[in-house]
Design a protein around this ligand. Structure first.
Ligand code: DGJ
Length: 753
């Protein structure tokens, strides 16, 4: 609900409210963002500067008003508020004052091609003006659990105006916060970092040209909070390019926070009458800790960001050719892989990189869309037909934004790449195409569309494998160009499942999610690394957006050997897939994978769309998803210690008075893992390197931590005790065999009375 009463604006849902008012001089004074309050609380919630602070610049000498010490919903520059300004014009100071407002049912559509949240909503539009005719329109759109904000600057003067910074939002929150950011790099994306916000500015920024794996645009601000308690603010941007957000505390204890497109190399000239529109920022608040905040963000992404055709729609189990084959495949090998993948329960076969041009490795061919007939003599249509004959859907990889210098495209159009006047610098042997050029966008749209229409392709992986060094002032328009291309290709093809990717999670953001409902989180598929990566992303993004595949062990990047059951258990908390050479699987591993895909299919809605929560346990991590009376908890451990103590499992979201049946997922450990220890339980001595153990290892698994019990919701909420862990004193199938990197999954289902 949005109301305006005597210059006081209240935006309120069951989850939170935002309150601000037009100040006596016309600026928008921030009053509150947090628990649901009333408009009549305005006076009580307002900051009281009293007789003011020494050294301040008086905006109004007659009554001592000073902009620097009050909280604002937007702030100008050069009028005495010395805190960071959300707007910079080369022409000089800005001071926007209230002119008019409107309340709209629904969203107010963007006009310059930026993606935005959709669905049921209410929007407040406030127009502010300067005396010179510059006009700033601010939008607040209320969706159940979140608020979005954006700004549009219109040049109503008679001369050009040069903008070097225009944030999507700015506000001043009373309090002393910690900022949580998701940072990293290739194969180490989205690790959580906490930084206290004090008088020195804390900045979360990307200048690589893209939202980046270095610093995800989403972040949190919180005071005294944990997973399930405390007040937490969440922020994100519907934007895939350079971004900037900052928080800084003032002497008066107000934390100014803002976010938007990075001002780095940003300069737009607005001719008279022209507008500049910012991407939409997402703001949320919860007093139920990080999990409460995450749930609001998750519902928003699932319900208002991902394309309508994919909202709450089950995602198939993918088999992807990349980690198993790389560039080295033939049609026969792919069809054989598809046959095996279908037998294991996969539902969609993705042919990754290497199917086009002279692409024998990553040095050539990018940009050329002709099918490599040496590898695929029957073309994509022939291959797709054979894959579909195995009972699998067919999906295809593209990297349309880039070009190898060794390609027909580059030889024909060397001027189509992004350049900054200096000798070009390659990243993964490629250059970026200049998507600000209409002819480049047309080339991509026409060629990708033609490929998509040439065969039954129901999934696309849209990759992009480099940072930019040449985007500079073109960074903003490049992303607009990308959005145009994505809209033109996938708008008319809503049934194609689009998974975006950028060397993994180098562009994991809400902008890309507006076009495709899932993103490849990371090239790092080691499940223990994924606990940090998926765990980090889970603060702001739902598990339905995570491409999460099981790959081979030892892992290609960490050399870590993990149980196949753990690899499955972690990938279940995302969109499950497999990405390894199936011909090397042992029979015992095939059985485990079949069990995994069966389990996933039976619980898919809960795993992909259930309410997600995190808990940190004494020696591990617990993730839980809940949907329609079913609760699935994953208990993940890192290193094993001798003589581990009792371990409890505390679940959340259950009905205390109901009775639940709890079952562990059936999983088996390789016999070979026990080496010579097998002799302890075998009637005959066993050579750990001998044929007998090797043969047994291929075929037999040892049941690991099997249990089933019933308990009341009250007991599960308070914490039940799990079966003991291996301590070297014997074995039975209920024992959790543990070892390093073990993981167990427990399903609690309400019993019907
Ligand atoms: C990077 C992606 O993250 C990988 O999954 C794979 O698609 C390769 N590119 C292919 O070149």
């Amino acid at each position: 609900m949005i109301t305006c009463d005597n210059g006081v604006f209240l935006l309120k849902t069951d989850a939170f409210s935002a309150l601000f008012r037009v100040s006596p001089h016309g600026q928008l004074e921030h009053l509150h963002f947090g628990a649901p309050v009333e408009a009549s609380d305005a006076a009580a919630l307002a900051c009281k500067p009293g007789l003011g602070w020494g050294g301040a610049i008086a905006y109004d000498e007659s009554n001592g008003t000073c902009l620097d010490v009050l909280p604002w919903e937007w702030s100008g520059a050069g009028r005495g508020d010395f805190r960071e300004s959300p707007i910079c014009l080369e022409e000089g100071p800005t001071d926007f004052c209230y002119a008019a407002h409107r309340i709209h049912r629904g969203i107010v559509p963007m006009t310059t091609g930026l993606p935005q949240a959709r669905g049921e909503a209410e929007t407040l539009e406030i127009t502010l003006r300067q005396t010179d005719g510059l006009e700033l329109t601010l939008y607040w759109t209320l969706f159940g659990g979140v608020l979005t904000r954006r700004a549009v600057l219109k040049n109503g003067t008679a001369a050009p105006v040069h903008v070097t910074k225009l944030m999507s939002f700015c506000l001043d929150l009373p309090g002393c916060f910690t900022m949580t950011t998701l940072d990293g790099g290739w194969i180490a994306e989205a690790h959580r970092h906490d930084t206290p916000v004090g008088p020195a500015r804390v900045v979360n920024e990307s200048v690589t040209g893209f939202s980046s794996n270095r610093h995800n645009p989403g972040f949190l601000l919180w005071e005294d909070a944990g997973e399930d308690h405390g007040r937490v603010y969440g922020f994100n941007l519907v934007w895939s390019g350079n971004h900037y957000s900052a928080a800084q505390q003032s002497l008066q204890g107000l934390t100014r926070v803002m976010g938007g497109v990075s001002p780095d190399h940003f300069r737009r000239t607005l001719q008279p009458g022209e507008c500049l529109e910012t991407p939409e920022a997402v703001l949320a608040w919860s007093d139920k800790g990080f999990n409460g905040l995450s749930r609001q963000m998750h519902d928003f992404v699932n319900g208002h960001i991902v394309p309508p055709a994919w909202q709450y729609r089950e995602r198939p189990i993918v088999f992807n050719s990349w980690e198993g084959c790389g560039f080295d495949f033939t049609q026969n090998r792919l069809v054989e892989l598809a046959r095996q993948a279908a037998g294991l329960g996969c539902e969609l076969f993705v042919l990754d990189d290497g199917w086009f041009g002279r692409r024998k490795d990553d040095r050539a061919g990018l940009g050329d869309y002709w099918v490599n007939k040496k590898k695929l003599p029957e073309g994509l249509a022939g291959l797709a037909e054979k894959i579909r004959a195995q009972g699998l859907e067919f999906g295809l990889w593209f990297e349309p934004e880039a070009v190898n210098p060794d390609s027909d495209l580059y030889r024909a159009h060397p001027d189509w790449t992004l350049t900054d006047g200096l000798p070009p610098l390659l990243g993964r042997h490629e250059l970026l195409l200049d998507l600000t050029k209409p002819e480049v966008r047309d080339y991509i749209v026409e060629n990708v569309s033609a490929v998509l229409d040439s065969a039954p392709i129901s999934y696309v992986k849209w990759d992009m494998n480099r940072h930019s060094v040449a985007l500079g002032a073109k960074a903003y328009d490049y992303i607009l160009g990308l959005y145009e291309v994505l809209g033109r290709i996938f708008g008319p093809r809503p049934e194609i499942l689009l998974e975006s990717c950028s060397s993994g999670g180098n562009r994991f953001d809400l902008g890309m999610l507006c076009f495709g409902p899932q993103i490849w989180c990371s090239d790092d598929t080691d499940p223990i690394e994924r606990l940090d990566i998926q765990g980090g992303l889970s603060y702001l993004y739902p598990q339905s957006t995570f491409g999460a595949h099981v790959s081979a062990a030892p892992h290609a990047q960490t050399l870590r050997t993990t149980p196949l059951s753990t690899r499955g258990n972690v990938s279940f908390f995302g969109c499950l897939g497999y990405e390894l050479d199936l011909k090397n699987l042992l029979p015992v591993e095939e059985v485990e994978i079949r069990n995994q895909t069966e389990f996933y299919k039976a619980n898919r809605l809960c795993l992909q769309f259930g309410r997600f929560s995190r808990q940190s346990a004494a020696d591990g991590t617990v993730w839980q998803v809940s949907r329609e009376g079913k609760h699935i908890a994953g208990v993940f451990h890192r290193l094993q210690h001798a003589a581990p103590g009792y371990e409890g499992l505390r679940m959340t979201g259950l009905k205390p008075g109901a009775r639940y049946r709890v079952t562990s997922r059936l999983q088996k450990l390789r016999v070979g893992q026990f080496g010579g220890l097998v002799s302890h339980i075998s009637p005959i001595p066993i050579n750990p390197n001998g044929l007998l153990l090797r043969t047994a290892d291929r075929r037999y698994g040892m049941e690991d931590g099997q249990e089933q019990f019933t308990a009341s919701g009250a007991a599960l909420l308070s914490g039940v005790m799990l079966q003991p862990r291996f301590t070297g004193t014997g074995y039975d199938k209920t024992l959790r065999l543990q070892g390093d990197f073990s993981a167990y999954l427990y399903t609690a289902e309400e019993e019907t009375p």
